[in-house]
Design a protein around this ligand. Structure first.
Ligand SMILES: *Cc1c(COP(=O)(O)O)cnc(C)c1O
Ligand code: SF4
Length: 360
């Protein structure tokens, strides 16, 4: 039963619409509305062609009155997006060239990535796919035949990664159908899902999702995407617990973002909150230089010092691997910790809040 107060004017038939789809349909789509919800005066910047989308539950985790809130910074368009910055282009990681079939990226040995949809539950301003031509990637969204044939024809493919966009923005009916076809390929043993929805809209992890996820013969890995500890509240913890209860391994990947998580304490806190939710940090990605995202960039020297600071505070299993995606390489490229800002032994790192060595 849907409470009467939730009813919206244009509600489709409730029988066919899941609660999470209802929530998603009510997402904030206007920067001005977001600012006023957070008591932030002033005008909103234009969206540079990438529209605002923020689930209301995610906005509720932002601090009111704080224009520098780390969650807000990920989703609010800024004037800086309109700037052209050398080195920041439309296809930073060479995905267009790597697309072997519509929607199929096979860059690394043993695993293929399927671009299942261009849709996401939230629009992150730094997104490396913000300029991606999804229409070309996926001409007929419900026809996976070319992808299935490709995977079936290459028995070195052991793992299929559902990505996007956000694969969990598809209905469970579509996903269950796709997974059934992947399962039928004998050499595939693992299904991986790259998704931000359980973080930004934890309602997405409902019974229908858990049913097909726990029912598959495939080993399952769910890689979440949270960038800041404040994104992980009790509802996200509960969603992660439901995912784990299906038997899935639950990991997190984050993107290193200036002004969001580029401080030792913020990064350490993200790992601690993930752990408390039963999630292990997997990767910390350097920002892909996509047009419109230069304001989030952190240099690799700074990143390597930052992660040394994190590694000096936490057990190894809570330290994500700092990696950069470089076109043409057979895997993500790791960046080593730079310990030069840390003292020897067990002393607290001397790194300042910016991740660099503090000035004496
Ligand atoms: C990142 C990525 C993967 C997954 O790499 P892992 O190191 O296994 O996490 C697979 N395919 C493509 C195209 C990717 O970009
Ligand atoms: S959820 Fe992921 S794919 Fe979607 S906009 Fe954010 S970073 Fe991009």
């Amino acid at each position: 039963m849907i409470p009467a107060t939730r009813k919206q004017k244009n509600d489709p038939a409730p029988a066919t619409v899941a609660e999470w789809q209802r929530e998603l349909a009510m997402a904030i789509r206007d920067a001005g509305e977001l600012r006023s919800l957070l008591d932030l005066p002033g005008d909103a910047a234009g969206d540079a062609g990438f529209p605002v989308r923020v689930p209301r539950g995610y906005a509720a985790r932002m601090r009111r009155g704080d224009p520098h809130d780390p969650l807000l910074a990920q989703v609010l368009p800024s004037a800086a997006e309109g700037r052209e910055v050398p080195g920041f282009g439309p296809d930073p990681v060479g995905d267009r060239a790597a697309m072997i079939r519509p929607g199929v990226l096979h860059k690394y040995h043993g695993r293929v990535l399927l671009v299942t949809t261009g849709a996401c539950g939230i629009h992150c301003r730094y997104c490396f796919r913000r300029e991606f031509p999804y229409a070309d990637a996926n001409p007929r969204p419900d026809d996976w035949q070319a992808a299935i044939d490709y995977i079936a024809g290459d028995d070195s493919i052991e793992e299929v990664i559902l990505s996007g966009g956000d694969p969990l923005s598809l209905s469970d009916h579509k996903l269950a159908g796709l997974v059934e076809r992947i399962e039928a390929i004998p050499h595939v043993g693992t299904l991986r899902i790259h998704t931000r929805l359980p973080v930004v809209l934890p309602e997405r992890v409902d019974d229908a999702l858990c049913d097909w996820l726990s029912g598959t013969r495939l080993a399952t890995v769910v890689v979440l995407h949270a960038n800041h500890g404040n994104e992980i509240d009790a509802s996200v913890g509960a969603a992660a617990a439901r995912l784990r209860a299906t038997g899935a391994m639950v990991l997190n990947q984050a993107v290193l973002l200036r002004g969001v998580n580029d401080k030792v304490q913020a990064m350490a806190e993200l790992s601690r909150r993930l752990f408390a939710a039963g999630v292990l940090p997997y990767y910390l990605h350097m920002l892909d230089p996509v047009r419109g995202a230069a304001q989030f960039e952190t240099g690799s020297e700074e990143a390597r010092r930052l992660m040394a600071g994190v590694a000096a505070l936490l057990p190894g299993y809570l330290v994500p691997r700092l990696v950069v995606e470089q076109a043409g390489r057979p895997g993500k490229t790791p960046l080593a910790h730079d310990w030069s800002g840390c003292r020897d032994g067990m002393t607290t790192p001397t790194l300042d809040s910016a991740g660099g060595p503090s000035t004496p």
